[in-house]
Design a protein around this ligand. Structure first.
Ligand SMILES: *Cc1c(COP(=O)(O)O)cnc(C)c1O
Length: 421
C-alpha cells in the first residue's frame, strides 16, 4: 500500500530477532551509500564541495566510517562529538565545529584537532582568543533574522538563539581581519526538515550576495560558504523527497551569476546535513506486546519514546508498516504506543494500520536520524541496539543494547550500604 519498504521482510526479520531481541534500530548501508553519492554528484560541478555529516543525527562510529569513506566530513557541536569524530579518523578541516553557548574546553579540543571553528556570536571572537587562541581559519554563523522566513520546525530566525546579526557579521569579520586572520568561511543554518528546493536556493543566494558584500567592503576573501543542513525527508508517504540534482543545478546557476560573475571564485560549497543522510535508511523494529480497547484502540509495542522521541516530542509523523502485512488494507485505526508513564509516548495517533496480532513485528520508518541518538533513560528504559545491514546482506551489531548494569553504572550502591537515611 505504501512505497516505504523495509529492506528485510518478515522471515528475515524474524530470523534476526533470534540473534537480537526487539526493539532494535536497523540501518541500510546500501541506501546510505547510494544517497551519499547522489548528494556528491549533485555538486560535482564545485570541486571544493564537501558535506559534513551532522553527527548528532546518528552518532555511531560505524555509520561515520561509512560516510568518511564516501568523502564526508563531520559537523560536530560538542566535545563528545569531536572525540567520536577523532576516533573515526575524521580530523582537521574535515570537521566543522558548529556549537553555541560553547565552553572553552570544547573550543580547545576543536582547535587541537585542527577543526574549522564556526563562531556562534561576536563575543566569541574575544573568548576564543583569550581561552585557546584564534585558529588560522574562522567561520561565522549568520542569523538573517527577519530577512528570511523560517520554516515550521526551526521557527523564525529572529526567535532562534543562533548566529550573528547582519551588522555583527560585518563587525566580526572586520575584527578578525584586524587580528590577522586571513582565511574565512561563512555559514548559516535556517531551516530543518525542509522539502522545498527553493528555500535552499534562496539561502544560497543570500550567502553568495553576502560573501560579495563582505569581500568588497572588508577586502577579505572567502574560501567557502556553508549552506547548513536542513534538507528534509519524505516522512509521509505523500511527501516528495528533495530533488538533489535540481538543488545542485540551481545552486550552480546562482554561483555562476553571483560568484563567478563578481570575480570572487573559487568558493567552495559546503553543507552539513544530518537528517537526509541517514534518516530514510534507519528502521526501528519492534514487536506488538499488547492490544487494548477502551475509549480508543491501542497497539502497545516493546519500543517506547526512549527509542524514538520525535513523535512524542514534536508530533512528528513516522510511517508504520507491519512485517508480512505490507499489502494488507489499513483497517485498524489506533494509537500505537510505548510503555512510558507519559501519555505522549505514542508513535502514532489515530493511525490506520493493517489489523495486527500480538507478536507481530512492526517497522517504524525514517528513524535513521534523530532516532536512537535522542534516546534517554526516563522510566529506567534502556536504549536499544543498533544493527547494520551490510551491502552483502549480512547484519552486524554496531551498538549493543543497554543493560540494567549500564543504567546503574553511575550509582554508588556500596556507598548506599553505609548511608544513614
Ligand atoms: C542539527 C544541525 C544540522 C543538521 O540538521 P539536519 O536537519 O539534520 O540536516 C546541521 N548544522 C547544525 C548547526 C545543526 O544544529
Amino acid at each position: 500500500m505504501s512505497d516505504k519498504i523495509c529492506p528485510l521482510g518478515l522471515e528475515q526479520l524474524e530470523a534476526l530477532t533470534e540473534r537480537f531481541p526487539t526493539p532494535f534500530h536497523l540501518y541500510d548501508e546500501k541506501g546510505i551509500r547510494e544517497n551519499a553519492r547522489r548528494l556528491k554528484a549533485a555538486f560535482a560541478w564545485n570541486p571544493g564541495f564537501k558535506e559534513y555529516f551532522a553527527v548528532k543525527a546518528a552518532p555511531n562510529p560505524f555509520l561515520m566510517k561509512i560516510l568518511k569513506q564516501e568523502g564526508f566530513g563531520s559537523d560536530c557541536s560538542s566535545y563528545g562529538e569531536l572525540l567520536l569524530s577523532e576516533k573515526v579518523g575524521v580530523v582537521g578541516e574535515d570537521i566543522i565545529f558548529t556549537s553555541n553557548d560553547t565552553p572553552a574546553y570544547e573550543y580547545a579540543k576543536a582547535k587541537e584537532l585542527g577543526a574549522i571553528i564556526n563562531l556562534d556570536d561576536i563575543s566569541h571572537i574575544q573568548y576564543l582568543e583569550d581561552e585557546v587562541g584564534l585558529p588560522e581559519l574562522v567561520c561565522c554563523r549568520y542569523n538573517p533574522g527577519p530577512l528570511k522566513a523560517g520554516n515550521a520546525i526551526i521557527g523564525h530566525p529572529e526567535e532562534a538563539k543562533y548566529g550573528f546579526t547582519r551588522e555583527q557579521l560585518f563587525e566580526g569579520y572586520r575584527i578578525l581581519r584586524d587580528k590577522g586572520i586571513r582565511r574565512f568561511g561563512l555559514h548559516t543554518m535556517v531551516a530543518s526538515n525542509e522539502l522545498d528546493v527553493t528555500y535552499f536556493l534562496e539561502t544560497a543566494q543570500m550567502l553568495f550576495d553576502l560573501v560579495g558584500e563582505l569581500s568588497s567592503k572588508l577586502g577579505i576573501g572567502f574560501e567557502f560558504v556553508n549552506l547548513g543542513g536542513g534538507i528534509g525527508i519524505p516522512y509521509k508517504p505523500e511527501d516528495q523527497a528533495v530533488d538533489l540534482s535540481a538543488l545542485g543545478e540551481g545552486v550552480r546557476k546562482l554561483y555562476e551569476e553571483r560568484i563567478i560573475g563578481k570575480g570572487i571564485h573559487p568558493l567552495d560549497i559546503r553543507m552539513e546535513c544530518g537528517r537526509m543522510v541517514t534518516g530514510p535508511f534507519g528502521y526501528l523494529v519492534s514487536r506488538v506486546l499488547h492490544k487494548k480497547k477502551t475509549y480508543k484502540q491501542y497497539v502497545g509495542l516493546d519500543a517506547c519514546m526512549a527509542n524514538l522521541m520525535r513523535p512524542g516530542m514534536y508530533g512528528a509523523y513516522h510511517h508504520i508498516t507491519v512485517a508480512g502485512k505490507e499489502d494488507a488494507p489499513c483497517e485498524l485505526v489506533c494509537d500505537v504506543t510505548g510503555s512510558l508513564c507519559e501519555n505522549n509516548d505514542k508513535f502514532a495517533i489515530d493511525r490506520a494500520i493493517p489489523p495486527v496480532d500480538v507478536g507481530d513485528l512492526v517497522v517504524i520508518h525514517d528513524a535513521g536520524a534523530h532516532g536512537h541518538s535522542m534516546g534517554f533513560n526516563y522510566n529506567a528504559k534502556l536504549r536499544s541496539a543498533e544493527l547494520l545491514l551490510r551491502e552483502d546482506g549480512e547484519v552486524v551489531q554496531i551498538r549493543r543494547a543497554e543493560t540494567v548494569e549500564d543504567y546503574f553504572a553511575t550509582l554508588d550502591f556500596e556507598g548506599l550500604q553505609s548511608f544513614e537515611a
